[in-house]
Design a protein around this ligand. Structure first.
Ligand SMILES: [Zn+2]
Length: 429
């Protein structure tokens, strides 16, 4: 795939997107049993894609489906995997993706593009305070800076004092770390006379607000600008999008990732309205997914003139996990999709161990003494050893969301079989 540090002109985008979408859909259908089956079940064929709006004919890929892969691992071609990375796992079991060469090339290039977008230049030095390791942050930033020709200080997520010490010694112009880390550095710098060399900061991997941005900019000092970098492990890590110097939302690199912001019915929301962020890979990489429902709530920023070289590339503001999907259980917050993850993983495990003696799995939510009560319900034949089934479910739950809930057995055939997307959660509240 031809990909430059400067993105294609927006006028050329639709034809590039269509060509790439067709290619990746055909590739996934041909090369991966997962999409072959998925397209068949949805009664679509990649050849049905005649124009960009035909993407709506393709089924969604959910987080729960990804979690149902063995070891939560998307890896279409293990022989060509050059590196594995995982998500941070803040919402359950981490997802693993298998990078091929093309993924490193693409993420490195859009990364270089992103750094350039917020003012980085070849001769500058970047201090990396994202962790190096399985998490995508450190190594992908490294790859991006290398491609741009910057000098790199690959320090990792070290204690704050070490970060400040290295900054003083090498005088880097650019800095990258999570907003939380940056805030802690600001705290350390308070009431000191340390001369800060950083002028540009690229911060992400967490949801943060404009207020936090202001706090960090003030904390680091005059002349420092903090920019939002957006990404997620399932799409290759950071650099799915980045803020330009206008600092008004991240431009998404839609020549590489097709962007949709959708309401509950799967319809596009208008600019300025929040919806779910859905992203499709536009290249055939080691963990490419189409119409991946990220679970993130985001809005498109209404078109405003932007002077940068990404002008015309849509800008988004991400609000993080869907607020409506959050609820409190026993004093702590739960997210619906976490429970869906448990249902999907537990079902696949139970079928593997007990075959047809186990049927459908649902999570029932009800109100008990004013608070939400969660119960796992599983269809099980009379012949089966119930304690063994319960043990498996409890183990999956603890492993996936670090807690478990009561399990109830119901007769096989209790729940309706759905041809479309199965409703795994029965909300009786
Ligand atoms: Zn811009």
């Amino acid at each position: 795939m031809e990909l430059g540090i400067y993105p294609p002109h927006v006028n050329a985008l639709p034809s590039i997107q269509l060509k790439r979408l067709k290619h990746v859909a055909q590739w996934l259908e041909r090369e991966t049993p997962f999409y072959h089956k998925k397209f068949k079940e949805a009664n679509v064929d990649p050849s049905d894609i005649k124009n960009l709006s035909d993407i709506k004919k393709l089924p969604f890929t959910t987080k729960a489906e990804v979690k149902a892969f063995p070891n939560c691992q998307i890896e279409w071609d293990p022989k060509r995997t050059v590196r594995r990375h995982t998500s941070s796992g803040t919402t359950g079991m981490p997802t693993t993706v298998g990078f091929m060469d093309i993924d490193l090339q693409v993420m490195g290039t859009v990364g270089a593009r992103s750094l350039k977008l917020c003012g980085c230049e070849e001769e500058m030095t970047l201090q990396v305070n994202y962790g190096y390791g399985l998490f995508t942050g450190g190594l992908i930033f490294d790859e991006a800076a290398r491609r741009l020709g910057m000098k790199i200080l690959p320090q990792g997520a070290v204690p704050i004092a070490n970060s400040i010490e290295i900054m003083q010694r090498y005088q880097p112009d650019v800095w990258c770390c999570t907003p939380t880390y940056a805030k802690r550095v600001c705290y350390h710098l308070k009431d000191t006379d340390v001369n800060v060399s950083w002028r540009i900061g690229s911060h992400g991997a967490e949801v943060w607000t404009k207020e936090t941005k202001k706090l960090i900019e003030e904390g680091i000092g005059p002349g420092f600008k903090a920019y939002d970098v957006f990404g997620l492990c399932e799409k290759g890590g950071p650099f799915v999008g980045h803020e330009c110097t206008a600092q008004d939302g991240s431009h998404i690199w839609t020549d590489v990732f097709y962007l949709e912001v959708l309401d509950e019915n799967g319809e596009d929301v208008s600019a300025g309205e929040f919806g779910e962020l859905v992203l499709s890979h536009l290249y055939a990489g080691g963990f490419a997914t189409l119409r991946y429902s990220t679970g993130d709530k985001a809005k498109l920023i209404a078109d405003k003139d932007c002077e940068c070289f990404a002008s015309g590339y849509p800008r988004i503001q991400v609000l993080g996990r869907k607020v409506k999907d959050e609820f409190k259980v026993g004093g702590s917050f739960m997210i619906r999709s976490d429970l869906e993850d448990v249902a999907v993983v537990a079902t696949s495990k139970l079928h593997e161990l007990f075959g047809k003696s186990v049927g459908e799995f649902r999570v029932e939510l009800s109100t008990l003494e004013g608070t939400t009560h969660v119960e796992y319900c599983v269809e099980a034949a009379d012949t089966i050893k119930k304690s063994a089934v319960k043990d498996v479910i409890r183990e999956v739950s603890r492993h996936t969301i670090h807690r478990s809930f009561p399990v109830r057995m119901v007769p096989v055939g209790t729940y309706e079989r759905s041809l479309g997307k199965t409703k795994l959660i029965i909300d009786k509240r």
